[in-house]
Design a protein around this ligand. Sequence first.
Ligand code: UDP
Length: 460
Amino acid sequence: MDEIGCRIHVLAIPYPLQGHLNPMLQLCKRLTSKGVRITLVTITSARLSVQNQFESIQIEYILDDDNIEAEGSNDSEKGAAHFKRIQIAVSDNLAKLVEEKASSGHPVNIVLYDSMMPWILEIVQGQLGLKGAAFFTQACAVSAIYNHIHRGTLKVPLETSTILLPSMPQLESNDLPSFVYNPGPYPDVLDLVLAQNINLEKSDWLLFNSFDKLENEVVTWLTERYPIKTIGPSTPSMYTDKRLKDDKDYTVNFFTPDSGACLKWLDTKETGSVVYVSFGSMSDLGENQMQEIACGLMNCTCNFLWVVRPSEESKIPRDFMFESQERGLIVNWCPQPKVLSHRAVGCFMTHCGWNSTIEALSLGVPMVTMPVWADQTTNSKYIVDVWKVGLRVKASEEREMVTREEVERTIREVMHGEKASELRSNALRWKELAKEANSEGGSSDKNIEEFVSSVESTHS
Ligand code: UDP
């Protein structure tokens, strides 16, 4: 124990994207409640609005550059260059940082890193002689699919359109992560996501942002092969765990959040009357698609709160906000977990990013799913067919997008249709189970405690 009573010191390195930083920050927060000192290394200049009420989290920025967007003539090249810059920033700074911590009297015991950066493990184990814990910020099902490809039990290119994998429901090819069935402009991304398998084989600890009861069968399948631990849902604990309710500003934002006006606006709406719409931090929907969504929202006559990032704003019909001002509010970014936990929100129209999915599940909100790419397709499959907390919009083959009629129909169905009460009661059940997993003695809480004790025992 050090002078503020910390059991161990963890150096945490999240991947610098919103959907990776958020769960890592929340995991760090949870670790501090187990007496862990954290140094959170961010590879970005985006300032984290972490309140310093927890002495045991310190933030280090290792790339002071306002624009981590890298050069390249197409998306694939830009992605590869971005990845390379992250690799250089970490490789150049990690040893120095670890040395500084040791000489300031707080030696690092372990490096906790995002599973998308398995090369960190080589530095940690090889160069620094430390141990590493990989943190997977995707569903266990998605990790298992990547593991099947790695093992050769799922061949890519796919040989059949129906996929049968142990511990999973029957999948159609387009229920798999999009990189598997349609690499599109990102042919190299499949290799990047598959490289996560290195962690499964070499990392000293394997932490997953999920909880046992949510992915029971696939967790068992993975556990029989690798020593994985589920520690989720890694969402702001103030919503699920009253012991930690003082973390209201414990967020990271690459975008400027709405100052709270959207919460006040929600206060004026009836319980369960609002559709919250967000496609996450990276979506880039076509202009026609955005217009269909706008018209669908208009026609469904519900209230709606729609997150449209500044880069997407020009895609919305010009008179749309004027016409919908009574019922609708558009913001560039919002405190999503707070919005999802607001009584006025009746459903969430989502792109099914893993954080959005697990936040909605742990806050008991039914979903309208509209996956776009990456693992969103698999998450949507589970939301609709396994957890039964949502319905998916179907794209019109003729128009190659989701029409306004389909948006309207699906929202109405989830809000008020025949299945609405079943979806809601399933969602509330998952909320209870998520809470149970994170509560003292729950599966995720126990796993976090075991992880800390096990790191501690290797250093005592
Ligand atoms: N988010 C937010 N405000 C918004 C939209 C999203 O705070 O207006 C958060 C959301 O709560 C989630 C993250 O951004 O934690 C998005 O992650 P996700 O995995 O859902 O999608 P991605 O952005 O990675 O596609």
